[in-house]
Design a binder for this molecule. Structure first.
Ligand code: NOJ
Length: 558
């Protein structure tokens, strides 16, 4: 196994809008981030993944970019960015930027020109098609609902937008467009940034026949994903990007790739493929999806979660590399989803989930507030929500299709993206110390009991537990490189596995529920060291038959 710094790193994701506001306008900003770098250094992370900070009209909170080489006014200036980067490096923290190049904003000058006439030189930067007998060119549905095509009367054609209509898809078939993208990547890398997280990067190559997709469950739209997930020229494009840009720098790259299988992932991240370091897969995040996708939010089974994560561990053992995550700005808070966010079990279950993830093989990602065990929020009304995905889905399911609004709100409480986007809890003062102004989105009211200030002072907090998990990874190579093996495959309560490297073995035991199941260790027990646990444990206690406490987690080294 080839060793690399990005395999040994822990990444921390910042969603700048909700992290720290320095100027009282209610929106997090770059100076706010700079002021909190000592906190992140104390936690021990190596890399920050910064969600987009580029100029944007904010239809999708910065994932709609109108200038790739300028900073969003809400977040500060380019000087603020340079200062943040400088101070981060001083603290030995690397910065990975979000790269959103499947689409731009419709307010990007490229799009404004592209739209202006059929013979504008930038016409080819976007995907324009004539209508099909007065209708959209095909039946694809946008992820943010409605048709993926928007009619434009100026030139009597439609443009493709896989997300909102303010996010037109870029046309990667155009070599000139690709060159522009490589240039803007080079602009940032030459500033000294340390890598890119690439937004929906497996969607940039579209099947040029643009066939209709299958429509399911009475949906009038069709599913276009077979024609743009891992499309025909995807690997050619990424290899070109690698040759032109990535290969020239020692950086970390991670592709966001919905719908990928481990075989796909090996093509993106395998040895000698010259594409990316790792990808974000979604299979474990899609657990519990039903006919309405995440808005169905069905019950889940631990055996399903184990099967998925173990499959990824095993299949990328020899080739490729895993990214490990429970959370990001698009997902609900993990302690509410796979743990237990009641007062009694929140801390212990947050620690257990951290243990399970950080002891697997791959690069772990922590989403802001996860290191405190921040929870989902249940805003009382749809009006309280800001996310375009929630708002558009509400319009379609409730207003157009008649779904019960309480039922929809319940699904939003469980799975909506704004669960992750409420402001970070710094302390128990006004607005949790996030802003002196009016926050752009309401806070989770539990910040009085759950905040960074309290947890940094309390050695038994979730924060200190995460700090220890990160520290263990730095001390024990087996946590980074050891081979994974699942134990008790069929058990519905316990997620246990081993990692092996040379003569060493690591045993990870996690009880995912509040019942007290019996853990059985099938092997002869040798001299062992307890590396971490979320309850007091006597290291000498025999573990061949162990009755676990609610949400108990232990890691032993043999
Ligand atoms: C994935 C991003 O993570 C999400 O927040 C965004 O809405 C879509 N891509 C579109 O850019």
């Amino acid at each position: 196994m080839q060793k690399s710094w990005w395999k040994e790193s822990v990444v921390y994701q910042i969603y700048p809008r909700s992290f720290m506001d320095s100027n009282g306008d209610g929106i997090g900003d770059l100076k706010g981030i700079t002021s909190k770098l000592p906190y992140l250094e104390n936690l021990g992370i190596d890399v920050i993944w910064l969600s987009p900070v580029y100029q944007s009209p904010n239809d999708d909170n910065g994932y709609d970019i109108s200038d790739y080489c300028a900073i969003m006014n809400d977040f500060g200036s380019m000087e603020d960015f340079d200062e943040m980067l400088r101070v981060a490096h001083q603290h030995k923290i690397k910065i990975m930027m979000d790269l959103v190049v499947n689409h731009s904003s419709d307010e990007h000058p490229w799009f404004i020109e592209s739209k202006s006439s059929k013979d504008n030189p930038k016409r080819e930067y976007y995907i324009w098609k004539a209508g099909n007998e007065g209708k959209e060119p095909n039946n694809w549905e946008a992820f943010f609902k409605g048709s993926a095509w928007q009619y434009d009367s100026e030139t009597d054609e439609y443009y493709l937008h896989l997300f909102s209509k303010k996010q037109p898809d870029l046309n990667w078939e155009s070599p000139r467009l690709r060159k522009e993208i490589y240039n803007l990547m080079t602009f940032w890398l030459d500033k000294g940034i340390d890598g890119f997280r690439m937004d929906v990067i497996n969607m940039i190559s579209k099947d040029q026949h643009f066939p209709d997709g299958k429509s399911m469950n009475g949906n009038k739209f069709g599913d276009g994903t077979p024609y743009f997930f891992n499309g025909p020229r995807i690997h050619e494009f990424l290899q070109e990007m690698n040759k032109e840009v990535l290969s020239k720098y020692d950086i970390i790259t991670v592709g966001e790739t919905p719908g990928v299988t481990p075989d796909d992932a090996k093509l993106y991240t395998g040895k000698n493929r010259n594409e990316l370091n790792m990808v974000f897969q979604f299979e474990h995040m899609d657990i519990g999806n039903g006919p309405l996708g995440k808005w169905s939010n069905l019950p889940w089974k631990l055996t399903d979660l184990k099967k998925i994560l173990s499959k990824w561990q095993i299949e990328l053992e020899e080739d490729g590399w895993n990214s490990l995550y429970w959370n990001n700005h698009d997902q609900p808070r993990v302690v509410s989803r796979f743990g237990n966010d009641s007062i009694e079990y929140r801390e212990v279950s947050a620690k257990m989930l951290g243990t399970c993830l950080h002891m697997m093989k791959g690069t772990p990602y922590i989403y802001q507030g996860e290191e405190l065990g921040m929870t989902n929020v249940s805003f009382p009304s749809i009006e309280d929500y800001k996310d375009i995905e929630i708002i558009n889905s509400y319009k379609e399911y409730v207003l157009e299709k008649g779904m019960d609004s309480d039922e929809f709100l319940k699904a939003v409480h469980a799975r909506g993206r704004d669960n992750a986007r409420t402001p970070f809890h710094w302390d128990d003062s006004l607005n949790a110390g996030f802003t002196a102004g009016t926050p752009w989105i309401d806070l989770n009211p539990n910040f009085k009991q759950l905040n960074a200030k309290e947890q940094v002072m309390n050695p038994h907090s979730v924060f200190h537990y995460y700090k220890k998990l990160i520290d263990l990874r730095k001390k024990y190579e087996i946590i980074v490189y050891g081979k994974y093996e699942l134990l008790m495959e069929e058990d519905e309560q316990i997620f246990a596995f081993t990692r092996s490297l040379g003569k060493e073995k690591l045993l990870v035991i996690c009880n995912f529920f509040k019942e007290e199941p019996l853990f059985v260790f099938p092997e002869e027990e040798s001299a062992k060291k307890l590396l971490i646990s979320n309850y007091p444990v006597d290291e000498r206690e025999p573990i061949q038959h162990l009755s676990l406490r609610p949400y108990e987690a232990r890691v032993y080294l043999f």
